[in-house]
Ligand binder design. Structure first.
Ligand code: ITT
Length: 203
């Protein structure tokens, strides 16, 4: 049973992801918070794969094992894996976005695309939910392009170099949280997940 009193536990270490989920789920009267087990956030390993869906599936599996036999065993669990896919680089960094951001930084990505007018890119998020003994996965996409310079201080990660097609030419780093969640890859996937949960409210 999912009701406005059910707490959805989001297994992530990224506070921006939790804020975005709160922004969306509040509109559906659903409540979300970070998954904490024994006072700390469980560490989830990410398998080396080209598929963010595979990473999400692995995260759900790991969380299920971690909470098995604890008071959290019956909880509704949310996981997410996301990345930036740059077309001219064959989808790089994709599932390795976190590592590449850490090693190259935003300026390193701009350098890889220097003098390249083909700047098409997309953000993708694979969101997984475990509810009533069943796993469901939804992928959200946000199409756009890589900017010529770093702009904006909102958001996180690659936001200051990503210009979504659905905005007005500003980078995601220049959009408010609310503006971004209306068009973002994660926003799209989370909305679908929220509607899925609401449709099963009586189960
Ligand atoms: P988890 O604990 O949930 O794994 P994380 O930050 O490590 O949090 P991911 O493994 O899913 O997240 O890596 C996603 C990376 O892709 C993240 O570090 C960002 O650099 C980038 N990214 C994903 N969504 C983004 C968004 O909405 N805006 C900017 N960058 C994003």
């Amino acid at each position: 049973m999912v009701s406005d009193k059910t707490e959805i536990l989001f297994a992530t270490g990224n506070r921006h992801k939790i804020e975005e989920a709160k922004e969306i789920f509040t509109k559906y009267d659903l409540s979300v918070s970070q998954l904490i087990v024994d006072g700390k956030r469980p560490h989830l390993s990410e398998p080396q794969t080209d598929s963010i869906e595979e990473v999400s599936k692995s995260k759900i599996q790991q969380v299920r094992e971690i909470i098995s036999g604890t008071a959290l065993e019956q909880s509704v669990i949310l996981v997410e894996d996301s990345g930036l896919f740059i077309e001219t680089l064959g989808g790089f960094p994709g599932p390795y976005s976190s590592y590449v951001k850490e090693k190259l930084g935003l300026s390193g990505i701009l350098e890889l695309l220097r003098n390249n007018s083909h700047r098409k890119a997309k953000f993708m998020a694979a969101v997984g939910i475990h509810h009533n003994g069943k796993n469901t996965f939804v992928v959200g996409t946000c199409e756009g392009r890589i900017s010529l310079e770093i702009k904006g201080s909102e958001g996180f990660g690659y936001d200051p170099i990503f210009i979504p097609n659905e905005a007005d030419g500003r980078t995601c780093g220049e959009l408010s949280n609310e503006e971004k969640s209306l068009i973002s890859h994660r926003g799209m996937a989370l909305k679908e997940v929220a509607e899925y949960l609401i449709s099963r409210q009586s189960e």
